[in-house]
Design a protein around this ligand. Structure first.
Ligand code: BES
Ligand code: MN
Ligand code: ZN
Length: 492
């Protein structure tokens, strides 16, 4: 779907949409309608109890100069940015399929014109809500396929296209993330993940580095490689570097868990729902999408994205419970449960980025623990941080972007729970506080003086129900959050 900004509504628009504030039907300026049309819309709104709640839509058919036309009222609630987002999402949910091809939103119905930012938000949310992954659905009927091709916004402030370009970069990053998350594991495995991302960021000016298994072995990444050894697929470490901040600006590292499929390994998962583990690379997917967004909008910051890509399988060469592996940091790990593999991948990725790029700040993202879903369900991601400022910046970015986060504690008492009698640590703690002990594990690999945050996004990358800016399926969680975090905390 293509978004354009125009001074007047195209004559051929299938639906002309008129935004209306909460309880604002009486105030709406319906200047594009004649008297009969106005009477019909006002009467219809009363009859259908349309009240202007954000995202409410009521459609009427009127006759005018151009013959029979569809006019829709679109509720924008109090007119806050979030309300405009909601309206944009609802509009596309309504008109994406079903034969409508062109929709025009006429802002002249409002007596106070919205800000460029609000309209850019509506357009971005609309675009995001219209994303679909239909590549394997070969039997969709014409009616089931998206029909909407164009959204024209009429009467937006002059600088709206600049605002829109910045948020559209985020949308493009999010679409990459969603595609990676949605693809099944027979199609998307470490090597094909690298290929997909390489193609998707081509020409954007990102520096790309790929480590294969031999190189990772040379670096001593025994924890990551231990996870990979039961799979026919080769592991990869994918690195995307964006230097928009110039010399002297600090480097931020974004590190993502990219387990392209998690069977659990020898500690194998139950069959029911195991298919969900195709999206166990959602952290790496978010990092790839965020890097694409930052490069597309030429962010003025130095950011390095690191994705640890492996498949966790149980073959004759797989690691066993009780095995001891040596991580790149030199610390040894007793692998009590081969299903606690994400932390084993991340610890080596974190060590590698610290040695190779000396970041001042690290944010890792991972679908790390089922326990996080027990804690927060699918509404908030979990935040863990060793630095108050960093935690605050991420919480602000979460509020501003809509990708919600809730902070959890870290403490020595939790750290003790992963001491091992045979190695430096074990990869799981007792039953309680599973998300926190996972975070404590990662913390053991963060160098002194490095600001670090861990986002456990297990409940966020996939949704069983539609949201404001996504249909059920891959959500693209993390891209808006990271983009906002970099923008507010690192760009000037
Ligand atoms: N990828 C899973 C976590 C997960 C589970 C994400 C369900 C999304 C939905 C992770 O690798 C895992 O298996 N974690 C174990 C850890 C346990 C063995 C300590 C878990 O949560 O059960
Ligand atoms: Mn697992
Ligand atoms: Zn996993």
């Amino acid at each position: 779907m293509h978004v354009t900004f125009a001074a007047s509504a195209p004559d051929d628009a299938d639906v002309v949409v008129l935004p209306v504030e909460k309880d604002g039907v009486g105030r709406a300026r319906l200047t594009s309608l004649d008297d009969a049309g106005r009477a019909l819309v006002l009467g219809g709104a009363a009859a259908t109890k349309f009240d202007g709640d954000a995202g409410a839509i009521a459609e009427y058919v009127v006759t005018g100069e151009n013959g029979v036309r569809r006019v829709a009222l679109l509720g924008i609630g109090a007119g806050a940015d979030r309300d405009w987002d909601k309206a944009g999402g609802a509009l596309i949910a309504r008109y994406l399929v079903g034969g409508t091809t062109t929709v025009a939103i006429d802002l002249s119905s409002l007596d106070t014109p919205p800000t460029a930012q609000a309209i850019a938000g509506l357009a971005a949310t609309a675009t995001q809500r219209g994303w679909r992954h239909d590549v394997y659905r070969t039997k969709l009927t014409a009616k089931q396929k998206p029909s909407l091709t164009s959204l024209t916004i009429v009467g937006a402030p002059g600088d709206t296209d600049t605002s829109f370009a910045a948020v559209d970069a985020v949308t493009q990053g999010m679409e990459l993330t969603r595609t990676l998350v949605a693809e099944p594991a027979n199609i998307l495995y470490p090597e094909s993940f690298v290929e997909r991302v390489t193609q998707a960021v081509d020409g954007l000016g990102l520096e790309i580095d790929v480590l294969d298994e031999a190189q990772m072995r040379d670096h001593g990444m025994g924890a990551l490689l231990g996870v990979s050894q039961g799979s026919r697929r080769e592991a990869r470490l994918l690195v995307l570097k964006w230097t928009g901040g110039g010399e002297g600006a600090p480097t931020v590292a974004l590190v993502g868990k990219g387990v392209t499929f998690d069977t659990g390994g020898i500690s194998i998962k139950p069959a029911g729902g195991m298919e969900d583990m195709k999206w166990d690379m959602g952290g790496a997917g978010a990092v790839a999408g965020a890097m694409k967004a930052l490069a597309t909008r030429k962010a003025k910051a130095n950011v390095i994205g690191v994705m640890g890509l492996v498949e966790n399988m149980p073959d004759g060469n797989a690691q066993r419970p009780g095995d001891v592996v040596t991580s790149m940091s030199g610390q040894t790990i007793e692998v009590i449960n081969t299903d606690a593999e994400g932390r084993l991948v991340l610890c080596d990725a974190i060590t590698w980025v610290q040695q190779a790029h000396k970041p001042a700040t690290i944010v890792d993202l991972a679908t790390l623990t089922g326990a996080m879903i027990v804690s927060l369900g699918n509404e908030y991601g979990g935040l863990f941080a060793n630095d108050e400022d960093l935690a605050g910046q991420l919480l602000s970015a979460s509020l501003a972007s809509g990708d919600k986060l809730w902070r959890f504690p870290l403490a020595d008492a939790y750290d003790k729970l992963i001491d091992s009698p045979i190695a430096d640590m074990k990869n799981v703690g007792p039953r309680g506080a599973g998300s926190i002990t996972a975070a404590q594990f990662l913390k053991r690999f963060v160098d002194d003086g490095v600001k670090w945050a861990h986002l456990d996004i297990a409940g966020m990358v996939w949704s069983d129900k539609d949201g404001t800016n996504y249909a059920k399926g891959a959500t693209g969680y993390g891209v808006r959050l990271l983009d906002r975090f970099i923008r507010d905390a690192f760009e000037r």
